[in-house]
Ligand binder design. Sequence first.
Ligand SMILES: Nc1ncnc2c1ncn2[C@@H]1O[C@H](COP(=O)(O)OP(=O)(O)OP(=O)(O)O)[C@@H](O)[C@H]1O
Ligand SMILES: [Mg+2]
Length: 246
Amino acid sequence: MSLLTITDLTVTFGDFTALDDINLTIEEGELRFLIGPNGAGKTTLIDTITGRTRPTHGTITFNGHTLNKRSEHHIARTGIGRTFQTSVVFEELTVADNVDLAASHRLRPWQLLRAPRTHPDHVTRILDRVGLTPHAKAATLSHGQRQWLEIAMLLAQQPRLLLLDEPVAGMSTDERTRTGHLLTEIAADHTIVVIEHDMDFLRRHAHQVTVLHEGRVLTHGDLTTVQNDPQVQQVYLGRTPQKAHT
Ligand SMILES: Nc1ncnc2c1ncn2[C@@H]1O[C@H](COP(=O)(O)OP(=O)(O)OP(=O)(O)O)[C@@H](O)[C@H]1O
Ligand SMILES: [Mg+2]
């Protein structure tokens, strides 16, 4: 059984079809990249998996449970964590406090009342993993460090599936490289879906790639296969396929 199974998923906003009959499976332990031009429906897909947007048609099954009618909060507790295209950290808190707070989000209110604060070792371990110092104020972080903090906040919630919406957007080359290594490391014990546009980043770090275009899955496969797909070259890279050199 796949960890995540999306069957015949359609999402409409009024007359507009944002996702059009999507079929997609993610296996446990995969690091899957999701690419596609602006407006392809990538964020909408994550929104729908996480219960922020409701499917118009179709089903989403995670670890054997159908998610369709579950609340965003319930889905998060089931083990699906996500980041947003825009940052959600608390500026005035320290890095460690942001992670600590995120860890408690997964608890039900009654558990929160009874639970001790997250064990500092747990927070420290996560921050070591992403390479951040605990006592820095979130407001002082660079753009890249802020993205790593968001990943740390996600890890604190111990999700089984992580959905990352453009984690390297706006990062320097150096930060991108570090993020690539970080994702590979996290993928050792998590399942990850990463939305990413940057082809250079994909060339370095992507294995399996799914291409969305106008709300549909255009193709899926390893990066080389996807890059050589004439349809992908036309719609995603905006150029017509070139003949192979002989
Ligand atoms: N709540 C909404 N109401 C109406 N239309 C929406 C809504 N959310 C998304 N859309 C539309 O659905 C389409 C897909 O948007 P989405 O944000 O999923 O694209 P994307 O692939 O994430 O693009 P980008 O690369 O720009 O982030 C867009 O045309 C967008 O305007
Ligand atoms: Mg998006």
